[in-house]
Design a protein around this ligand. Structure first.
Ligand SMILES: Cc1cc2nc3c(=O)[nH]c(=O)nc-3n(C[C@H](O)[C@H](O)[C@H](O)COP(=O)(O)OP(=O)(O)OC[C@H]3O[C@@H](n4cnc5c(N)ncnc54)[C@H](O)[C@@H]3O)c2cc1C
Ligand code: SF4
Length: 484
């Protein structure tokens, strides 16, 4: 083994090649090219196979990274894929969009020793894309069929990870989603230059082919109450994500030309999927030819600035009130945005949107500096007097994060307990909510987070529901019992 591994001293870290800036700014295709076989094997061979794999402990799914890296280095790609997919419902998605610098790669031992991390995400993407190409991805085929049924509200990562596990164990699974396509934010939030849609769609097809029923365009709270959904199933999982956009309280914010990040990204993603979107066609949600200002410093803001570049904006500026070191978005995404021509105004906070009812013309911003650390140790931004400046803008995008919707009211279920932030309270061991047989997972429990955490929470919820149903094995779904 030793001669095939531990090559980090001789072999430099290298990522798959990035497409050049000019060509990638013209389209919405992913920006990294595929690893060729030899490159993936070479990069995997840099792993030091250390005794305590911090990469694995810092991966939310606890993926068995050192073992699948070794298998890749040895050319055992099919086995590497099997091992990697044993712990992840969507490894090729995580390989593309996990912020690896904060998770597995940021904690790689050879990164800590100054040799540059093993490119774990890129290898994970390679082995699992190869598996799809070669037809190694196994269909969902339960060994037994069980009569009990589970209703899952939300077809995002948390809902589909739970569906995958529960269907594999033979349960009858129905997923309800208010969107017309399954995938949650992987379809309508995250742009295709990070995650192409067919990568998500083939996973959804695998679930449907394996017997999972999708009821799309079905909104719980509008088309049925939570109680009705409960009456159709033996257990219910709420995995609805968080969608209430945080507002900006500034003069001029109600004017034409000030839009919410998710409306903007959804229109762009829908257009890319071939839908006709009126607000995009009218120009309201299209950045073409405009000066664009995006307010916020997280990954959603990064997706907006890079989408605006691809739509042909005249200029794109990101306003963030702290400095580069303190921004919440992934550094890799900031670097990609800068390469593509986005201007970052660090330490700048919006004070007013300029213009009138006919449209915005600009944004007035205050210059900020970082003051004394607060109780959490984070330096609070404070305004520098008399240092305001104006930026031209015909499109202003608000990307300040998301909070949960008021689910107890929307679902007609006042007894569903939520935290003071509006996230659903689920018991930390059973993952059950305050309602018997109703579980919750993903962003709606954790708050806005990551796909990989959604997958982890969905998998845990699937296990918890299995345990609950096994303990009630004599309970039958009313509809199925009637059919017997
Ligand atoms: C713009 C953007 C970019 C992001 N980029 C990344 C990234 O690069 N990497 C990363 O790891 N994470 C990223 N995230 C975060 C990630 O997408 C989420 O953390 C993850 O999708 C949460 O999964 P979930 O299953 O909890 O919810 P979601 O993905 O939000 O899915 C919830 C589903 O529930 C449905 N739903 C909601 N209410 C109802 C109802 N009443 N009835 C029926 N259906 C309902 C919704 O339509 C949706 O399909 C990004 C998020 C955004 C907004
Ligand atoms: S799932 Fe994410 S954190 Fe885990 S190994 Fe893959 S890229 Fe790293």
């Amino acid at each position: 083994m030793a001669e095939r591994m531990l090559k980090f001293i001789k072999v430099e870290r290298s990522m798959p090649e990035k497409r050049d800036v000019e060509s990638r700014a013209q389209d919405f295709h992913e920006i990294y090219r595929d690893f060729i076989d030899a490159k993936a094997r070479e990069q995997a061979s840099r792993c030091s196979q250390c005794g305590v794999p911090f990469c694995q402990t810092h991966c939310p799914l606890h993926n068995n990274i050192p073992d699948w890296l070794r298998m890749t280095a040895e050319g055992r790609i099919r086995e590497a894929h099997e091992l990697s997919s044993a712990t992840s419902a969507m490894p090729e998605v995580c390989g593309r969009i996990c912020p690896q610098d904060r998770l597995c790669e940021g904690n790689c031992v050879i990164e800590q020793s100054g040799h540059g991390t093993v490119t774990i995400g890129a290898v994970e993407r390679y082995i699992n894309d190869k598996a799809w190409e070669e037809g190694w991805v196994q269909p969902l085929q339960p060994a037994v069929e069980r009569k009990q049924s589970i209703g899952i509200v939300g077809a995002g990562p948390a809902g589909v990870a739970a569906a995958d596990l529960l269907r594999q164990r033979g349960y009858q699974v129905t997923i309800y989603d208010r969107y017309d396509r399954a995938g949650g934010l992987m379809i309508y939030g995250i742009p295709s230059f990070k995650l192409e849609k067919d990568v998500v769609e083939r996973r959804m097809k695998r679930l449907a082919d394996g017997g999972v029923t999708f009821r799309l365009g079905f909104e719980v709270g509008r088309d049925a109450s939570l109680d009705e959904v409960r009456s159709w199933h033996d257990a219910v999982l709420i995995a609805t994500g968080v969608y209430k956009a945080r507002e900006l309280a500034l003069p001029g914010v109600g004017d034409k030309g000030v839009v919410a990040a998710l409306d903007y990204l959804t229109a762009s993603n829908r257009t890319g999927l071939g839908d006709s979107v009126e607000a995009f066609e009218s120009g309201e949600l299209d950045a073409k030819g405009k000066d664009v200002v995006v307010i916020g410093g997280g990954d959603t803001a990064m997706d907006c600035v890079r989408t605006a570049i691809r739509q042909g904006a005249k200029s794109v500026t990101c306003l963030y009130r702290r400095d580069r070191a303190n921004m919440p978005g992934s550094m890799r995404e900031v670097a990609n945005a800068e390469e593509e021509g986005v201007v970052f105004e660090w330490l700048a906070a919006p004070k007013a949107v300029l213009g009138d009812a006919s449209g915005v013309t600009g944004v007035r911003a205050a210059r900020m500096r970082l003051g004394a650390p607060d109780a959490s140790g984070r330096q609070a931004p404070e305004e520098v007097p008399d240092a305001d400046f104006d930026l031209p803008a015909q499109l202003v995008i608000k990307a300040l994060g998301f909070d949960p919707e008021d689910l107890p009211t929307l679902f007609g279920a006042p007894e569903l307990k939520v935290s003071r932030w509006g996230t659903i309270k689920a018991d930390f061991r059973t993952l059950m909510t305050s309602l018997d047989g109703v579980f919750a997972a993903g962003d709606i429990v954790r708050g806005a987070s990551l796909v990989v955490w959604g997958l982890r929470d969905g998998r845990d919820a699937g296990e918890a529901i299995d345990t609950y149903l096994q303990s009630k094995a004599d309970v039958r779904a009313p509809a199925l019992a009637a059919a017997e």
